[in-house]
Design a protein around this ligand. Sequence first.
Ligand code: PMV
Length: 320
Amino acid sequence: MIDFNPVSKASAPGKIILFGEHAVVYGRPAIAAPVSQIRASASVVYSSSNLCFLVAPDLNRLDRLQDLPEDNPLARAVWLVVKAANLWEPPGVTIRVHSQIPIASGMGSGAAITAAIIRALAKHLQREDLQSNEMVSALTYEVEKIYHGTPSGIDNTVVAYEQPIYFVRQSPKNRIEPFTVAAPLRFVVADTGVRSSTKVAVGNVRRQYNEQPAKFAKIFDECGRIAQEARQAIEAGDVAKVGQLMTENHAWLQKMTVSSPELDKLVDTALQAGALGAKLSGAGRGGNMLALVADEEMETNVTTALQNAGAKNILTTILT
Ligand code: PMV
């Protein structure tokens, strides 16, 4: 009989997409980074009953695993671990989840909650093999399909590896490359407060791509080129260039129709307040935007301007 850990805990970070969202679904390169100061966490507590419960106090929910529908993302995460661990049935545990990451705002809350559950449960089961970054990412990807429809794999990768990555969706294996950040990049992240479904935004881009393949392929190519150039600029410590490329990427995202008046307003506000560059981040149509700032003084100016323009949950994250 295995002596399971009485309490196992794990957490995973939020994330931002610096370059290449949406185009990444179509095989173009993209860059994403973790936001380690906001996290989702899961704890697994051994229970004497043989039932498995999922508790999400933030959502006011307590459910028996078996009662949750197939497409419930938290339940799917647990079942995937049960299957990967070759268990006959779910363990008798209570899994408690908590997240500081705003939902449906492009910060990867779904991927982070999933990764935290997978790691905590794998720890409880003392399955080292299921705790590797590669495995956590692969299992999280399966759950991302519920949220995204056709996920590129970038969200699960960045939250599982918890490091900045250059990512290309390709088969048989995605290209996942950590890279050096030659000069620190200071980002102000601000939320429009408008919730937006990734699945809807991604589906909408897909429909437009099907209707106008040449036009959208060109837009995706440009986003891919920008991501490539951005990686070179980041590795060379050319912060000003990174900023320019962000603003350029935003213009292509507008052409893709995934921006919104609220996002455009915050991007313009940040640029007018002196930011080196600004763009939406994630699926768009709402959610977050990023502004690159050179120093603390610029950060204060941009943050104040964004606050005055109605932005929510403003935070700064520094990529080193
Ligand atoms: O989950 P979000 O809002 O960060 O969006 C994910 C990024 C997309 O490129 C729009 C979709 C994907 O699967 O890569």
